[in-house]
Design a protein around this ligand. Structure first.
Ligand SMILES: Cc1ncc(COP(=O)(O)O)c(C=O)c1O
Length: 412
């Protein structure tokens, strides 16, 4: 847990190295990602070690009492906090411009725990229909068990959002860009609606990362992530994080500390190391993705391409307003529907057929025949998944090798 009560990053477990950074100047994103670091031990290690310990010790009975009473800011037990998870969370807090945060074992644990902590029986959510599959299952199968209902709006019908708000609506929820169809929601608009109606705005910022987009600047109260994707960026560990307003994170922390979805210190160590290179990785991912999108637009076997920074994207202007670059996900529709999608996948040579995204390795998926095959055609179309839709998570291989693989698979 990152210091839910006080926001000072110089107290507690963390120490920003004053020898190398003048703390009176504002830290840049890259610097915060590298120089936000756990306090060094007496060994004087340069990089943060792993704290693979389930619990921590106390000097005496009074030290233990005061620590449990939260009169002292100390690590007690790694389900509550651990120096590695604190370092990881504090980096995300800095990057997103948040006040506080808590780290989870997975992105879904972050999303579920956020709802679990902030909602009560009888509350209502208004959400974009295009949300990650498991989030949709949470809305439609599990939250109703606790009498929490969700009403959806379509991504191209944001003008209808206000009409869906009920007296018991508590949360406005969206992902942007969306998975898998890379639609864009206008964060400024969502922020204004949430403020006007006194709703909590919760944004899944997984596809953009805080390097490209900061929902808190538009009024988001809580930002959630699957750290499994670009935050790790190398397809190694699962993780999740929720950051936002101090008092909301306090609720999320208390819920999580008692229900147990905490991130392991090992995964936190891996993720914190990954964040040191997030900016440079995401820059290159985006450069490659734009080139892939431009190539696909010129291929005659492709009906259309959707990439936030292509002028042809329906929400291009909104993407340009709120994102620094277009992200690493490209969606396109191959001519010939489901069969053509399957054939394309079968002819891929280098890229991976895998369920993950945001990896160094380029990954291609065909949602209509795999992840979304159980949905009716109508339901799939509602979330912009047409029969021939292919999603590419563009990696960091040489751009010519990525494009050549797509080219030969399209030709086959
Ligand atoms: C947008 C989005 N949110 C949340 C998740 C869930 O993350 P995790 O798999 O880490 O639980 C995913 C996973 O693909 C995702 O794409």
């Amino acid at each position: 847990m990152t210091n839910p009560k006080s926001l000072s990053h110089e107290s507690g477990n963390l120490l920003i190295f004053k020898k190398t950074i003048n703390m009176r100047t504002k830290k840049h994103f890259e610097t915060a990602a590298i120089r936000t670091q756990s306090k060094r031990s007496h060994f004087g290690e340069h990089a943060t070690p792993m704290y693979l310990t389930s619990s921590f010790i106390f000097d005496d009975a009074e030290d233990m009492r005061a620590s449990f009473a939260e009169e002292k800011e100390k690590n007690l037990y790694s389900r509550f906090s651990n120096p590695n998870t604190t370092e990881f969370v504090d980096k995300i807090v800095e990057m997103e411009g948040a006040e506080s945060g808590y780290a989870f074992a997975t992105g879904m644990a972050a999303i579920f725990s956020t709802f679990g902590a902030l909602l009560s029986s009888g509350d209502h959510i208004v959400s974009a229909r295009s949300v990650f599959g498991s989030t949709h299952t949470l809305f439609t199968k599990y939250l109703p068990k606790w009498n929490i209902e969700t009403t959806y709006f379509k991504v191209n019908e944001v003008d209808k959002i206000e009409g869906l708000i009920q007296p018991n609506t508590k949360i406005l929820y969206a992902e942007t860009p969306t998975n898998p169809a890379v639609d864009i929601l206008d964060l400024e608009l969502l922020g204004k609606i949430a403020k006007k109606h006194n709703l909590l705005l919760i944004i899944d910022n997984c596809f953009a990362t805080p390097y490209l987009q900061k929902p808190i600047e538009y009024g988001a109260d809580v930002v959630v992530h699957s750290a499994t994707k670009l935050l790790d960026g190398q397809g190694r560990v699962l993780g999740g994080v929720a950051v936002g307003k101090k008092e909301l994170i306090r609720e999320i922390y208390l819920f999580s500390r008692n229900t147990g979805p905490a991130l392991s210190p090992f995964n936190a160590w891996v993720l914190s190391k990954s964040l040191e290179t997030l900016a440079i990785r995401v820059e290159k991912h985006c450069e490659n993705a734009l080139k892939v999108a431009e190539y696909l637009e010129s291929n005659e076997k492709v009906n259309w391409v959707k990439y936030p920074f292509l002028k042809s994207h329906p929400q291009y202007k909104v993407a340009k307003k709120q994102m620094k670059l277009g992200g690493n996900i490209v969606a396109f529709e191959i001519k010939g529907g489901i069969e053509a999608g399957r054939k394309f996948l079968n002819h891929i040579e280098m890229c991976s057929l895998s369920a993950n995204l945001g990896d160094t390795r380029t990954i291609v998926t065909h949602p209509a025949s795999t992840t979304h095959s159980k949905l009716s055609e109508k339901d799939r179309f509602e979330v912009s998944i047409t029969d021939g839709l292919v999603r590419i998570s563009v990696g960091l291989e040489h751009i010519e090798d990525i494009v050549n693989d797509l080219k030969q698979a399209l030709k086959a």
